[in-house]
Design a protein around this ligand. Structure first.
Ligand code: AHR
Length: 356
């Protein structure tokens, strides 16, 4: 904080020298946006001119750099919103947000930029699990605590990060398989041969690795996994891959989509191929996330079930930061509570109670 205070004072002095008594922004050097996207989202200069003096304001604020995966899904949008509404100046924070556009190299660049800017905390939702050791060591050397949110990192030394908070992806996959078993049994199809295809998330991402593994754990002897391919967690790629599955495999009974947006794409592909889906249709559609649009899809009778992955990590990460600020220890692995929803429930009423 002391080093940062010095750079804030220097930056403020430089700005004062440059603009004299004119109305200019007094953003401290330590708080400059890391990327073009962040710069575009930064508060315009005229508005900042009304803010308290930079030394006082920024010294009180906890500066948090968030290296976000991208904007690939509704879930991700809700997650970004959760951080932006939690880490506000009113709440005592300055958030430097970076959208890596689903590219690990962009996230590494963002983390390095956060280190350079001497932020107080770095939060990362890593796009994939591997390849983080070097940059985490750089953060450790700079004395900046790193908190992992949503997805995990696979590092040999877990002291490189303070803690991780997110969903239990393996359990989500296992729950989906258990749900399918019961659903088929209830329909009298428990011993029928069932042909399944999977639209996987970004290969190597915790949400993909865990859900694929969890569903595989629950596979039954009479279930056949015809094919698994990545749809990159996006609706358009999900649709594209499902179109090719439908051409290749005429007898698909179930499509497992490792997020809701890929399910929306798959549903479009199924309909375009002249088939039907959902509880009354030819193909059972299962997905993960439980975003608002998934409830609409269940209400419309297209999606059978969605397994929740809660994106509202902003307040959870803020609580962790407050504990660390108070010198308390935090639990290394923090799973969030998750549920599931299907068309046997009053999904329209449940949707009204949901926050995302
Ligand atoms: O890591 C969480 C996953 O990432 C969500 O399931 C998906 O929608 C997002 O893109």
């Amino acid at each position: 904080m002391k080093k940062k205070l010095l750079s804030i004072i220097l930056a403020t002095a430089m700005v004062a020298t440059m603009v004299g008594c004119g109305s200019a922004t007094s953003e401290p050097a330590a708080a400059e946006p890391a990327t073009k996207e962040a710069a575009e989202e930064a508060t315009p200069a005229e508005e900042v001119a009304e803010e308290p003096a930079a030394e006082e304001a920024s010294d009180d604020l906890i500066v948090v750099g968030y290296a976000q995966v991208g904007a690939e899904s509704d879930w991700r949008t809700a997650n970004t919103e959760s951080f932006k509404t939690t880490f506000t100046e009113e709440n005592g924070y300055q958030l430097i947000f970076d959208d890596a556009q689903q590219k690990q190299e962009n996230q590494i660049k963002a983390i390095r930029s956060f280190i350079q800017q001497e932020v107080d905390y770095i939060v990362v939702a890593p796009v994939v699990e591997t390849g983080w050791e070097t940059v985490l060591e750089e953060a450790k050397e700079a004395g900046i605590p790193v908190i992992l949110s949503d997805r995990m990192m696979d590092v040999s030394d877990d002291s490189l990060y303070e803690c991780w908070v997110g969903g239990n992806f393996v359990k989500e996959g296992e729950d989906a398989a258990a749900w399918l078993k019961t659903y088929l049994e209830d329909q009298g199809r428990g011993s029928e041969e069932i042909n399944i295809v999977t639209l996987q998330g970004t290969i190597g991402a915790s949400a993909q690795v865990g859900r694929t593994e969890g569903f595989a754990n629950g596979m039954q002897d009479n279930w056949v996994m015809l094919d698994q391919q990545t749809g990159e967690f996006t609706q358009s790629k999900g649709q594209e891959v499902m179109e090719s599955f439908l051409k290749q495999y005429p007898d698909i009974d179930v499509v497992v989509c490792e997020n809701d947006n890929m399910a929306f794409g798959a549903i479009d592909a199924i309909k375009a191929a002249g088939k039907t889906c959902g509880p009354e249709g030819d193909i059972i559609v299962i997905s993960f996330d439980a975003v608002a649009a998934a409830f609409d899809s269940m209400i419309a009778g297209d999606l059978n079930a969605t397994f929740e992955c809660n994106p509202l990590h902003g307040p959870r990460v803020a609580e962790i930061i407050q504990k660390l600020e108070a010198g308390e220890t935090v639990e290394k692995i923090q799973y969030v509570d998750e549920s599931y929803f299907d068309t046997s429930m009053d999904v329209a009423a449940i949707k009204e109670t949901r926050a995302y």
